[in-house]
Every structure is written in structure tokens, then in C-alpha cells.
Design a protein around this ligand. Structure first.
Ligand code: SF4
Ligand code: SF4
Length: 430
């Protein structure tokens, strides 16, 4: 065995003191009870790989692949271990040095790597799915493809976000940038329309540069760091031209990556400072909206039955945003709000994890559905497109398709519309 290439930042790797306090927060450890499927075990494996004590074998890669990258371990860790950075560096090594099965290579390099980040390609790829569904052809697909299709919404809902969307003249208070994303513009048009409506209603013009590209989250999380950096540079340049002080994002997974461009490009002298400036402007929609509860008139709008909230991992853990979405939902729903057991345990979506690791994703989806049904909620609110698709699929499998799963922007917009209708009828808030 030759001298292994050093890939971990020693300072980050040695920060782990192996105390095990993160184990109970790790979804894969909760499911398997296997130390190798825990943060502590995986950090041990990463260090052993770096030192050459272990080789890049199938079993080691399996334990790294099974990690969701949810970063719940970072929240639990008292030593401040930057697990996400260790994982990304290790996955980059796996990508370079490990040969995967033909199916896994096709899935990761082609279906995920060459389709999802590009909206036009994604729309073309979804076209045969719509036809197949309409004519009942899905049953002829092999099982693994049927499982993938099952996760997709029944209707594609594309949206073309304008480069500039002004707030009503009388209300105008400023302007913000908006990251439209890739999956969101193809499958979540209603979410984007609701988001833009809320931002305009707060008195802000929206600038969404046409030259922006995918945020690079899927690449960064799977260890394809070179392409994640390429996307990051394009987005930084696009938003520099937009000349805004705040850059909004309504997808938790993307937001976490955008806030970490500074880290992603820290070794690139020409871009490091520009990346840090970009990241400092990024705000999740909920952390930005929470100060506008009164202005929007959200308080007491009322909910359509019991509501609960699922923490998207990349909002709760890397971004540490848990209160803002709850305050927004509680303002609307009041006593109808139900706290969800294990709200911040990953639902199994985790970017493209439910495509690459369907078995563990399915177990976590079932766990999430059980908790939702136990809460008695009729609506589940969350902040990430992947979570929405995964939780809907899990509830459908549990025979509970009637429980709605909504992005928070749609939930808030719907509440405002209901309240407006009630006021028109003279009924007052629900
Ligand atoms: S990652 Fe943190 S919590 Fe987990 S074992 Fe290491 S030091 Fe302890
Ligand atoms: S990122 Fe999530 S799945 Fe991976 S080790 Fe940490 S807690 Fe466990």
C-alpha cells in the first residue's frame, strides 16, 4: 500500500475526543445501533483511512455512504467537531479512489450529477415520467426505477422567476436578491410564487439574476468539490452584479451550502474574500420573514386543523435555525400547533440520499411518518424540497396521503388568503 494522500484537516479531525455524546443524535445509529454507522465511528474510519491503517475497501465506503450528511452530530457535539467538512473531504477521496458498481456510477454521475442541477435537462427527463404515469406504464419499470419515480410529484410545476419583481409602489422599502435554484424551479413553482408574493408584501423588490446556476449542494455533499466550486464562482459573480445586501433562499439544503461558500473557496485566493462577502448576505426565508409577522398580518390567521413542523436538517443543524419557522407557524396556527417528536431527526431525504440509499431512507421515512401520525397533525410544514417529496412519499406508503406536506411559504400564503376571504365575508380571522 503506498503512502496515502492526506485529505483531512488535522485540526478538524483531532477535535473529536471520542466522547460519544453525538451517538443518540445520529439517525443511522438510531436505526442500526452499529458504531460504524455513528459519527464517532465514521470519524475513526476517516482517520484510519488517512493514516493508512485502513484501505479504501467496500465495507469502509459503505459506512461513509450510509451517512446522511444531516450534521445532527455537529449540533450534539460539545467539542465543536466540523463533521460536515470531514465528510466532504472523505467523500471526495472516495470519488477519486473507489470504483463503484455500474448502477451506482450511473445514478451518481449521470442521473444525479448531469440532470438534477440543470432545470432544462430535468424537465426533459421528467417528460417520459408524466407520459408513463398517464398511460399506466410505470408498472413495467424495474423496481429501482419505480422507487425513484415514486418520489417525484405527480405534476411538474415549473416557474420562470423574473429577473426583477418590484414591490407595490406604495409599500416599497428596499430590494433583496433571490436564489431560484434548480429543483425548485422545475417542481416547486407554487412555493416560489408564494415566496415572491410574501417578499413583495413585505415591501421588497426581488432581484433574481438570470446568470445564476445550481448552488452546488448536491456536488458538495457527494464530494464533487471541484464542480461545487465552479457553481459557487458563477453564483457569486451573478449576485455581485445584482448589488443587493441580502440574498434570500427558500430551500434549506441550498441555503446551508450558500452560507458555506466562504469555506468552499477558502483556498482560492482570487475568490475567498468574494465568497465570504457573498455568504454573509445569505438568509433563509424564515430567518428574514420572522420580523415581518406583524407587517404581513400573520398573527391569528388560523390554520386548517392541527399543524406540525419538521426541521429540515440543513436548516436546524448547519444553520442553527429552529425558532424562526416555529414562530411563524405558531403566529398563524396558535393552539393548532403541535410539536413533532424527533422533529430534527432526518426524514431520509438528505439531498439525493433517498435515491442512492433507498433502504435506509425508507426506514427513516417510515419513522418520520409514524411520528407525524402520532402528532395528530393534518398539515406538516417544512422548508426543504427534498423533505417535502420524501415525507409525502412516506405518508402515502403509510396510507395517510390526506395529511398535507407544505413548504412554509405556501403555508403562510394560504393562511393569508384564507384570512382575507374570511374578512371579505365579514367572519373575521379563523
Ligand atoms: S464528534 Fe463530538 S460528540 Fe461525537 S464523539 Fe467526537 S467529540 Fe464526541
Ligand atoms: S451527518 Fe447525520 S448520519 Fe452522518 S454521522 Fe452525523 S448525525 Fe450521523
Amino acid at each position: 500500500m503506498g503512502q496515502p494522500e492526506p485529505f483531512l484537516d488535522d485540526r478538524k479531525a483531532l477535535a473529536c475526543v471520542h466522547c460519544g455524546l453525538c451517538l443518540g443524535a445520529c439517525p443511522t445509529y438510531l436505526e442500526t445501533g452499529n458504531e460504524n454507522e455513528s459519527p464517532r465511528g465514521r470519524i475513526y474510519l476517516m482517520k484510519a483511512l488517512q493514516s493508512g491503517r485502513l484501505s479504501m475497501n467496500d465495507s469502509l465506503v459503505r459506512h461513509i455512504d450510509l451517512c446522511l450528511g444531516c450534521r445532527a452530530c455537529e449540533t450534539a457535539c460539545p467539542s465543536g467537531v466540523e463533521y460536515g467538512a470531514l465528510l466532504e473531504a472523505t467523500r471526495e477521496q472516495v470519488g477519486r479512489r473507489h470504483r463503484r458498481s455500474i448502477y451506482q456510477s450511473w445514478l451518481r454521475r449521470f442521473a444525479i450529477g448531469q440532470v438534477i442541477p440543470f432545470p432544462v435537462r430535468m424537465r426533459l427527463a421528467l417528460w417520459p415520467v408524466s407520459i408513463g404515469r398517464r398511460f399506466g406504464l410505470m408498472r413495467f419499470l424495474p423496481r429501482f426505477l419505480r422507487d425513484i419515480v415514486e418520489l417525484l410529484p405527480t405534476e411538474v410545476d415549473p416557474v420562470s422567476v423574473p429577473e426583477f419583481l418590484p414591490a407595490p409602489e406604495a409599500e416599497r422599502r428596499g430590494r433583496v436578491g433571490f436564489v431560484s435554484g434548480c429543483v425548485m424551479t422545475v417542481l416547486f413553482g407554487a412555493t416560489h410564487r408564494a415566496t415572491l408574493g410574501l417578499v413583495n408584501a413585505c415591501g421588497y423588490d426581488v432581484v433574481s439574476p438570470l446568470t445564476q446556476v445550481c448552488c452546488g449542494a448536491l456536488d458538495a455533499h457527494s464530494g464533487n468539490l471541484d464542480r461545487a466550486r465552479e457553481f459557487a464562482r458563477k453564483n457569486i459573480a451573478a449576485f455581485e452584479e445584482a448589488n443587493v445586501d441580502v440574498i434570500l433562499i427558500n430551500a434549506a439544503g441550498c441555503g446551508s451550502t450558500l452560507k458555506e461558500y466562504g469555506h468552499l473557496l477558502e483556498a482560492d485566493e482570487a475568490w475567498a474574500e468574494r465568497a465570504r462577502r457573498f455568504s454573509a448576505k445569505v438568509r433563509d426565508l424564515t430567518e428574514w420573514l420572522v420580523d415581518s409577522i406583524e407587517r404581513l398580518g400573520l398573527a391569528g390567521c388560523g390554520a386548517d386543523g392541527p399543524v406540525t413542523y419538521h426541521d429540515a436538517c440543513h436548516l436546524a443543524h448547519p444553520q442553527k435555525i429552529t425558532e424562526a419557522p416555529r414562530r411563524l407557524i405558531r403566529a398563524v396556527a396558535g393552539d393548532h400547533y403541535r410539536e413533532l417528536a424527533e422533529a430534527d431527526v432526518c426524514c431520509g431525504s438528505a439531498g439525493s440520499y433517498n435515491l442512492t440509499e433507498p433502504e435506509m431512507a425508507g426506514r427513516l421515512g417510515t419513522r418520520k411518518s409514524r411520528n407525524i401520525l402520532h402528532s395528530g397533525a393534518r398539515t406538516v410544514v417544512t422548508t426543504n424540497p427534498g423533505c417535502i417529496l420524501q415525507i409525502r412519499a412516506g405518508l402515502k406508503q403509510a396510507g395517510a396521503s390526506e395529511v398535507r406536506v407544505l413548504h412554509i411559504a405556501e403555508f403562510l400564503e394560504e393562511a393569508l388568503q384564507r384570512s382575507a376571504k374570511n374578512s371579505e365575508r365579514g367572519a373575521g380571522p379563523a
